[in-house]
Design a protein around this ligand. Structure first.
Ligand code: FES
Length: 123
């Protein structure tokens, strides 16, 4: 049911934690399952140099958080905005149909963190 990649990111999640002096923070929750995700980003010269997450949620939500923070690191904020729920699900070698909303949570939390960064750093 779950891919090996998804199980790897669930069992051994990357980038768990907070960035105390984050440049952008995005939170997203799903009222149906009650899961919550918070993503922190650090930005230097328009590039995401670090990303971390805190997720209270299902295994797929944790794997998505781990993968999406890995994908965001090293990208410009515009490149990171093009990360979608589809691209993160694809990077995990797919998610079961009933777990598609978990990838949505990750993409929305990342996009909110970028919007937060932009609102604080607009010239
Ligand atoms: Fe809701 Fe996974 S079951 S985020």
């Amino acid at each position: 049911m779950y891919s090996q990649k998804m199980m790897d990111h669930f069992s051994n999640p990357r980038n768990v934690g907070e960035i105390p002096d984050a440049d952008g923070i995005g939170s997203e929750g799903n009222p149906v399952c009650g899961d919550m995700m918070k993503i922190f980003i650090k930005v230097e010269d328009g590039k995401i140099t670090d990303a971390k997450f805190k997720t209270f949620g299902c295994g797929a939500a944790i794997a998505v958080s781990s993968m999406i923070t890995e994908m965001a690191k090293g990208k410009t904020i515009d490149e990171a905005l093009s990360i979608t729920k589809e691209s993160v699900a694809e990077a995990l070698d797919g998610l079961p149909a009933q777990k598609q909303h978990c990838s949505n949570l990750g993409a929305d939390a990342l996009h909110k963190a970028i919007a937060d960064y932009k609102s604080k750093h607009s010239a």
